[in-house]
Design a protein around this ligand. Structure first.
Ligand code: GLN
Length: 496
């Protein structure tokens, strides 16, 4: 395997034994980007020079002793603010925005000597499931370049899968880490709401957003969590909880663990997907877990409730982009002037793409007098019912397991004109955000040469349990070791 194909923990071991250097690793990743990114298009902004500088610093100051992430190249979703490095949210609105400060996650990574290679593509303002709503260009799935990498963290997922970053940081409001991780055959963790600081991460829907990791395996995921988790005085929603060493949960042992499988999420599955999932459940049983079907009665209501709550919050969060406080300002033709309202309307009209406009309009509609009770309050009641479903289930089960998404990565362009089809591709991930719980997606097989992800969900702040189950499964299956062939032809036998 080439250096860029290795995991962070393999590279950290090599650094410790002096078998490689941070510079060598960073060069390998940057060369890989040079070689494949014109096909994948994961990067929006490359910070090669700064990356080399950080790598040098690690090599000169033996920083690898501070953290296993020292000297390891990572990419960031482009809604995470980076001081003096353009942060666009892949929107024309922020095309030229250069933040004067870095997000807390970035500060934490910098403190341990991480090497940041650049900013990664996403759906505009994290609204989408395919990265086709990026205002700049779509990203391609490394397993089949004609297919989407998922979204909204499609850039981060594709970069990690293709060896263009050893790991990446993303955000997940309704599935944006887990769904692209599943589509790209890697591991994605959405932590418990409040576990990782969101300070400096451009908000989409503040009661749902959470920052998390995209990695090649579960050990890397634990290592990244060790660095980014923990309370931050700059984020009032961050939780005052003790952070354990997440790698200590990687025992490989899951005998007697009780696993619930919501039967409502098995209905109507494609037979090949269902078969892959069944095999994965069997493997968990072989490893000593007790796997049971259970009922999650309000599962079906999660997507509609989400698509009221998320746009409502988004319409309020995005009000700041008015061409005055933040963002693109429309310029009138020569000799003409805009009055204030005209200027707002033109600036927002030019700055936002179609999906963002749709959400702002919907959100404003749901929050307007009369509709507030009709939609928004009702959605909040559904939210409570979903939270209660989970509470009941976690009295009986240690974790719940589902597929991460009902579908395989689809062809570019196939769902772009059908927002409802796109919304439903998140039906397994959205309930988790509604309840603020942690969930991980990890590879559990292949269908027609394309990766399939399995989702493990745990009670709030029980990331350790997630990692324990995920690690045991991963260590007893071969899928996480497979790397994409990076071929242009369509995966055989699959047309959808
Ligand atoms: N795909 C979902 C949406 O479009 C979730 C996005 C996300 O998690 N940021 O809202």
């Amino acid at each position: 395997m080439d250096i860029f194909d290795l995991t962070a923990h393999q590279l950290a071991d090599m650094l410790k034994k002096r078998e490689t250097t941070a510079i060598e690793i960073t060069r390998s990743v940057l060369e890989r980007i040079q070689k494949v990114d014109h096909d994948i298009r994961a990067y929006v902004t490359l910070t090669a020079e700064q990356a080399i500088e950080s790598a040098k610093e690690v090599d000169d100051n033996c920083k690898e002793k501070i953290s296993p992430l020292a000297g390891i190249p990572a990419g960031l979703k482009d809604n995470i603010c980076t001081k003096e490095v353009r942060t666009t949210c892949c929107s024309r609105m922020l095309e030229n925005f250069v933040p004067p400060y870095s997000a807390t996650v970035v500060e934490r990574l910098n403190q341990v000597g991480a090497v940041i290679t650049g900013k990664l593509n996403m759906d505009e303002f994290a609204m989408g499931s395919s990265t086709e709503y990026s205002a700049f260009f779509p990203t391609h799935n490394p397993w089949d370049l004609d297919r989407v990498p998922g979204g909204s963290s499609g850039g981060p997922a594709a970069a990690v899968a293709a060896g263009e970053a050893i790991y990446a940081i993303g955000s997940d409001t309704g599935g944006s880490i887990r769904q692209p991780a599943a589509f790209c055959g890697i591991v994605g963790l959405k932590p418990t709401y409040g576990l990782v600081s969101r300070y400096g991460v451009v908000p989409f829907a503040s009661s749902l957003d959470q920052v998390g990791s995209l990695t090649k395996d579960v050990r890397d995921c634990s290592m990244v969590m060790n660095v980014i988790a923990g309370q931050d005085s700059k984020d009032s929603t961050s939780a005052p909880v003790d952070i354990p060493d997440y790698t200590s949960f990687l025992t490989g042992e899951i005998k007697g663990k009780k696993i619930g499988v919501p039967r409502e999420l098995l209905d109507g599955l494609d037979p090949k997907m269902a078969d892959t999932f069944k095999k994965a459940l069997k493997k968990l049983e072989e490893l000593g877990a007790i796997v049971d079907e259970c009922s999650f009665p309000h599962a079906e209501a999660a997507v509609p409730a989400y698509h009221i709550i998320a746009p409502a919050e988004a319409s309020s969060n995005l009000a700041r982009f008015d061409g005055v406080r933040y963002g693109h300002r429309a310029v009138p033709e020569q000799g003409k002037d805009y009055d204030l309202v005209e200027m707002y309307m033109k600036s927002r009209g030019e700055g936002f793409g179609p999906e963002v406009k749709r959400r702002v309009l919907l959100g404003t509609h749901f929050l307007s007098t009369g509709n507030y009770e009709l939609y928004y309050l009702k959605a909040l009641k559904v939210r409570t019912l979903i939270i209660e479903d989970y509470q009941r289930l976690f009295r009986e089960y240690d974790v719940l397991v589902t597929l991460t998404t009902p579908d395989l990565p689809f062809k570019l362009g196939r769902k772009i004109d059908d927002p409802l089809a796109l919304y439903h591709s998140d039906s397994y991930t959205i309930p988790v955000n509604i309840a603020g719980l942690p969930a991980i997606s990890l590879p559990c097989g292949f269908v027609d040469g394309l990766p399939v992800g399995m989702q493990v969900i745990a009670p709030a702040f029980a990331e350790g349990d997630l990692l324990q189950v995920a690690y045991a499964f991963e260590q007893n299956t071969p899928y996480h070791k497979q790397r994409p062939p990076l071929k242009k032809e369509t995966a055989k036998g699959s047309e959808s």
